[in-house]
Write a new protein. Structure first.
Length: 257
């Protein structure tokens, strides 16, 4: 019976469902209900219930756009490994078996092993707040600029540690919003990607403008001394030079000089 239940649980998890097992037992009125461990013994299994929390329709396109733009997308969740893998594939992540890591596996890793794993891992499942914080720190130590999203109290430490902390505005906790640099009003990953695209366009325009200004300054503050054999650039005021006799002569001699 137990094996069959576990098989059904994994089958539902592969459909990106969060699975709950339902069970009961009759309790005597005289029984001590404060002892949680005792309450959960000798339960009668009723069945499994699957809850769907599908990604937003535009999430897959946004993830693909982010990947094309050179942005790595890593999914960190408390969900079951199989459920997390299924959801990741729905939004466009490859999420092979060797790219999905659990919190229990993280506990057995040294920092050096984790940093090596981060080069390929795409999904981290069954993680704790400590795991999230450790992942953000490891990515930063590898030289990445890290943006972390979250909505719960347990996300706050990792959001605070990230280079850019992003909290969910709809339904997110006050703790997460206070720890964040940015609050996402629509809870939509596609909005983050659109903001990155807009930011890159602004940065590119600033660079172009600075180059234009430097070109104008260079052109107005430099003059060229030319001859039949080549040319030399002089910067700033146009000084005269002394010849061997001590007489001043122009810095740009004429053709016959």
């Amino acid at each position: 019976m137990r094996e069959k239940i576990e098989q059904e649980n994994e089958k539902m998890a592969r459909q990106a469902l969060r699975v709950l097992a339902l069970a009961y037992r009759e309790v005597d009125k005289k029984e001590n209900l404060d002892a949680d461990e005792e309450i959960e013994k000798n339960l009668i299994f009723l069945g499994l219930a699957g809850m769907a929390d599908p990604p937003q329709p535009e999430a897959e396109g946004a993830v693909k756009q982010a990947l094309r733009a050179g942005i790595r997308v890593i999914m960190i969740t408390g969900d079951h490994k199989v459920t997390a893998q299924a959801v990741a594939r729905e939004v466009g992540l490859e999420a092979r078996d060797d790219q999905v890591v659990t919190g229990q596996e993280l506990d057995g890793m040294k920092d050096s092993q984790l940093k090596a794993l981060l080069d390929r891992a795409q999904v981290f499942a069954r993680v704790t707040p400590q795991h999230k914080l450790r992942l953000v720190r490891a990515l930063k130590e590898k030289g990445h600029v890290v943006a972390m999203t979250g909505d719960g109290v347990n996300d706050a430490p990792a959001i605070k540690e990230a280079d850019v902390g992003i909290a969910m505005g709809q339904g997110g906790t006050d703790v997460a919003r206070e720890a964040a640099d940015v609050v996402l009003a629509d809870n939509n990953f596609a909005t983050i990607v659109a903001a990155v695209e807009e930011g890159r366009a602004i940065y590119d325009n600033i660079r172009k403008f600075i180059r234009y200004l430097l070109g104008e300054i260079w052109g107005s503050d430099h003059h060229v001394c030319g001859s039949g054999h080549g040319a030399a650039l002089a910067h700033g005021p146009h000084p005269d030079f002394m010849d061997e006799s001590g007489r001043r002569r122009p810095s740009c001699p004429g053709p016959g000089a």
